[in-house]
Design a protein around this ligand. Structure first.
Ligand code: KG4
Ligand code: ZN
Length: 283
């Protein structure tokens, strides 16, 4: 990942500048991801951002990866009339590395209500996909396969932790054992049941997420609910959360699909809100 960042950072920035029809001398500041994430990749980004800001004599701004996922909900495309959530709102951030329930009071004041004690939701998707012999990242592949499958065909029980916490490692293990046992009697078990397996494991992951969101809604009266992170691209999760929001008379806000997984625009929007506050960092 680190090497790929090194190879791609200059061509990516070049292309972004050309697409946006601006040049680097028009920058007011440079925002970069400080973490959490893979250290090697973060180092490439921070070194590049600092060097460029230093040479252009403009400020640098540190951005938290997870705050940026939440604030991706404030982005719209040119000409698009996207409604934005009102503070305070409740947010479920679901990515490859994190699963968190937050009460978001302001752009940078996010109260942690609960989260995963082991694997993240995206990790659960990716590990299930790996067990099925699918490629990485498995989340989007499971999402697609599940559309053709029966989510009630196989039952995988979900952990019910106290408070607003999640656990996905038990689900992964029971899925692994279930597949292994069935392969013993039928070597074609996966191929013959691929769509149903994808739909059933996806159902269990989503059920765990919606159950906890429902529990939060019982105790918090915020009118707006928001999804964030790579897994918020999942079509069945978007539908299930929409249903929950309607039943609970809340408004659901979803980021555009291309802004759900890691992207630079969400870092920029976070940088923008810090810029107007003058919240700069040092080299
Ligand atoms: O936010 P993100 O791009 O990176 C992290 O910060 O981790 O999230 C990546 C995760 C991966 O686990 C990927 O499988 C999952 O998001 N993902 C999905 C879908 N699209 C991406 N999971 C389920 N359904 C999808 N459509
Ligand atoms: Zn992310």
């Amino acid at each position: 990942a680190s090497r790929a960042h090194q190879q791609n950072i200059i061509p990516v920035i070049d292309t972004a500048l050309k697409d946006a029809k601006i040049n680097k001398y028009q920058f007011s500041a440079i925002a970069y991801t400080i973490g959490p994430g893979l250290l090697g990749s973060l180092l490439v980004g921070s070194s590049f951002a600092k060097a460029m800001a230093y040479s252009l004599e403009i400020p640098i701004i540190e951005v938290d990866h997870l705050q940026a996922h939440v604030l991706a909900n404030f982005l719209s495309k040119p000409g698009e009339k996207k409604k934005i959530p009102e503070f305070p709102f409740l947010c479920l951030t679901v990515s490859g590395g994190h699963t968190q329930l937050l009460k978001v009071n302001d752009y940078f004041e996010m109260q942690y209500l609960g989260g995963t004690i082991d694997d993240a939701a995206g990790e659960a998707f990716d590990k299930a996909a790996k067990i099925l012999g699918l490629s990485y990242p498995g989340g989007p592949i499971i999402d697609k396969l599940a559309k053709e499958g029966n989510s009630k065909k196989f039952h995988f029980s979900i952990a019910n932790l106290p408070d607003y916490n999640f656990s996905f490692s038990g689900l992964k293990t029971s899925f692994l054992y279930f597949i292994r046992d069935n392969l013993k009697t039928n070597p074609n078990f996966i191929q013959e049941n691929l769509a149903d397996l994808a739909a059933s494991i996806q159902y269990a992951i989503i059920k765990s997420l919606t159950n906890k969101m429902a529990a939060v809604l019982k105790n918090y009266s915020c009118r707006d609910i928001v999804l964030a992170g790579g897994v918020s691209a999942n079509s069945a999760l978007r539908e299930a959360m929409q249903l929950l929001a309607e039943n609970e008379k809340r408004n659901l806000y979803l980021p555009s699909i291309d802004l759900t997984t890691d992207n630079a625009a969400m870092i920029a929007v976070c940088g923008y809100y810090k810029f107007i506050k003058g919240n700069f960092s040092t080299l």
